[in-house]
Design a protein around this ligand. Sequence first.
Ligand SMILES: Cc1cc2nc3c(=O)[nH]c(=O)nc-3n(C[C@H](O)[C@H](O)[C@H](O)COP(=O)(O)OP(=O)(O)OC[C@H]3O[C@@H](n4cnc5c(N)ncnc54)[C@H](O)[C@@H]3O)c2cc1C
Length: 365
Amino acid sequence: MSMRVLICGGGVIGASIAYFLSHRGVEVTVIERTGLACAASGKSGGFLAFDWCDGTRLEGLARRSFALHGRLAQEVGDDWNYRRVTTYGGSMGLRRHAGVHGLDWLSAGVSVDRILGSAETTAQVHPGKFTAAMMRAAQADGAELRIGQVTGVTRRGPGVGGVEVDGETIEGDAVVIAMGPWSILATQWLPLPAIYGLKGHSLVFDTGTKVPPEALFLEALEATGAVQSPEIFPRSDGTTYVCAISSESPLPVDPAEVGADAGAIERLERMCREMSPALVPEKILARQACYRPVTRDGLPLIGQVPGVDGAYVAIGHSVWGILNAPATGEAMAELIADGAARSVDLSPFDPGRSPPFDPARLRKG
Ligand SMILES: Cc1cc2nc3c(=O)[nH]c(=O)nc-3n(C[C@H](O)[C@H](O)[C@H](O)COP(=O)(O)OP(=O)(O)OC[C@H]3O[C@@H](n4cnc5c(N)ncnc54)[C@H](O)[C@@H]3O)c2cc1C
């Protein structure tokens, strides 16, 4: 019997699930409100690490995902700027150390004193291009992308019947909630734990291809006295991505309305100017903000929604959503199509581990 799966949300998680399901011949429709990868999945760093989640409950998912990223880059005939990188740690404006490495494109005030990862253990992708490529590959296997706002999940007996999109019902046998932090809206449709958004700001610079494949994690003292943790990722497409400055400002209901906090971009620009002569305002291609999807206990919710047949969720990947998308997609495809995930153990991410959020709290604002 053929099965139709409706995936709500066209971020990296929704697109990766669509890829793995359609590769197995399952009929898939992705419904995205605003635009594919319009949120964190298009505005994140795209940094990947093999063993940085070791010793945590994410270890299996992260290790499997890191391997899948390498495999997908070889097997899918598309380019999303995947490459291995050497990763350094250091500081700016704080104490100076004898550097282990010159990183000669950086200013003298930046001291690099640690190697955090090698080309064996760290890599990067352009996250928006990766998401788009996963969706394109899914479409080549018959998946459909539909732009529209999901406003509800319809029921058929003890299970799901479909989703409501712009006043119309689309029928399906399974529904996957993958709307990132906006999945909080889905607590009105299904018994799901809470999910929040944690904002981050970023700049993309045109730096050309002279900047080497070296990722950098810094501690930086701002003029205000605050210590920030900027992350710097030069990419093979000749751009360099820098993010820093998190905030808890509220998530707008419409993903298209996400904007920067007052003053945050200016502060980030100032930090970048101090970091390197290559990171000057004239070279800025994008000034942006996005929300990491976070759960109460910090672990994603991946699996079946308890008590509702055919309802699934894959949300809350926090700072590792680009890394962990492939193994999430693969395991979700196994769960939906075969009834159980084989490639990774999803039990730490059981959506039933926390009590459902009371949606009445949304209406109280
Ligand atoms: C500044 C920053 C830097 C980061 N750096 C990294 C990094 O280096 N490495 C890494 O692994 N991770 C990184 N992350 C985390 C990563 O970006 C996220 O975990 C990941 O993108 C989450 O993907 P998602 O698909 O769950 O959600 P999202 O990307 O938020 O996608 C959800 C989608 O749902 C859509 N949607 C919302 N409401 C509806 C609706 N009603 N109907 C239909 N669609 C809807 C939205 O438009 C959106 O496209 C970073 C995040 C931030 C903020």
